[in-house]
Every structure is written in structure tokens, then in C-alpha cells.
Design a protein around this ligand. Sequence first.
Ligand SMILES: Nc1ccn([C@@H]2O[C@H](COP(=O)(O)OP(=O)(O)OP(=O)(O)O)[C@@H](O)[C@H]2O)c(=O)n1
Ligand SMILES: C[C@](O)(CO)[C@H](O)COP(=O)(O)O
Length: 220
Amino acid sequence: MSAVGIVAAAGSGSRLGADRPKALVELAGRPLVAWAVDTLLAGGVDEVVVAVPAADHDAFAAALPDGIRLVEGGASRTASVRAALARVDPDVQAVLVHDAARPLTPPAVVTRVLDALAGGALAVVPVLPVVDTTVAVDAVGTVTSALDRAVLRRVQTPQGFVHAVLAEAYDDLPAGEELTDDAAVVRAAGVRVTTVAGDERAAKVTVPHDLHLAELQVTR
Ligand SMILES: Nc1ccn([C@@H]2O[C@H](COP(=O)(O)OP(=O)(O)OP(=O)(O)O)[C@@H](O)[C@H]2O)c(=O)n1
Ligand SMILES: C[C@](O)(CO)[C@H](O)COP(=O)(O)O
């Protein structure tokens, strides 16, 4: 099946606190966004569209190989993905949405997501088990209950969708509504989301310690 990858790379990275947009921060000498694009292509997508901050278009163009399409992202991840999705050819069968912030995702995760779509899934997310005791708290941080971690999963990217399903779900999502991932967008439209195994190496770079861990992973 034909598949396009979308990389959400238009965030500022406020929690990382670098001197440039997070997706341009280097890991082992290469910007995070370049790692994310490589993963998608190595895992089997045919082409990639990257949502970038408008002010940094030229820096992203310089950081990525020819043939990667850039689009202006939005004020939220949801808006950035929406903008990139609008540029995907309607004939494309599958769309995988990935975070630039997950640079070391193994291509095998991409392939697992594509295989699940080829097997008939409409929407697929890579997940990991929750390994810590996990609790709910009230407004002042007092524990109110312990959650059953057997039914909890940590959700990663890339998340894969039948193109028409994702496009229709984004069309149905009210403008300005922000959801934390694309699976939530299709679930809001009543679509069943299935899971495949994620990978600890696909961890998200959010705070400086995450970047340090990623550097260790690359140099081991
Ligand atoms: N307006 C936005 C916000 C986020 N993202 C992307 O969504 C992914 C996951 O978001 P996150 O890790 O939260 O990145 P930031 O929003 O940049 O981080 P922060 O919240 O610390 O500012 C990142 O690859 C980020 O570039 C995006 O494309 N457009
Ligand atoms: C899409 C995502 O990576 C799935 O885990 C995640 O929701 C993005 O997180 P954010 O930091 O809230 O943008």
C-alpha cells in the first residue's frame, strides 16, 4: 500500500529549552528531524511531509535532504498535523504521523504499523506497558486511587491510519480543538484504534535529560 509519513516538527521545545526549535537540535551531529525522517523512509513509507515553524523554513530545508516536502505548522501539534495532512495526495492509501521528537525510533516500529494497516486495521498505535505503580491525584497532589496498570499503555509514534479515515476525522474535528495525538482524533470520530508493540528506543525527547539519554543510546 502507498504510504506517506508526516513529521510533526513545528514545536518550539520549551521544556527542552534549547537555542533553536527542538526539531533542529542535534543528536550525534544531526538534527532530530533528520533522524525522524530517516526512520520513516527506512521503515517503508514512500515520501515524507514535515510540518515546520514558519520562521525557520530555510533552516529546516537546509537540514533535510531534497525531496522532503515542508509545510508551515500551526500553534499546536494538532494544527501542524492538520496542515501537513492537507498536502497529502488523496490517492495515497496510508498516512503515518510521527514526532520529530522521537529520533531513535527503530524502523521496525514503522514496519509493524504499516503491516497492521496492510492487514486491515484502520488506525494503529505503537504502545509500551506501564512499569511503575500509577496513581491518580487530586488538585493538591494527594493520591486518590491506584490505577490498574494492566490495562494502561504508553502511546508512541509513528501512528498509522488509512488515509481517508484520518482525513475525515480531521475534517470532523472542530477548528482550534487540540488533542495530544492523532489516535485521539480518529477515536473522537468513533474509529477503532488497534495497537502494535512500541520500543523503548522510541522515547520522546522532552526535557534535557532525554537528550542526554538519546546521546548515550547513539554512542553505545
Ligand atoms: N505547534 C506544534 C507543537 C508541537 N509539534 C510537534 O509535536 C511533537 C511532540 O510535541 P512535543 O514533544 O510536546 O514538542 P514541543 O511542543 O516542541 O515541546 P514543548 O511542549 O516542550 O514546547 C514534536 O515533534 C513537535 O515538534 C508541532 O509540530 N507543532
Ligand atoms: C503524540 C505523542 O508523542 C504520543 O505519545 C504525545 O502525545 C505528544 O506529546 P506532547 O508532549 O503532549 O505534544
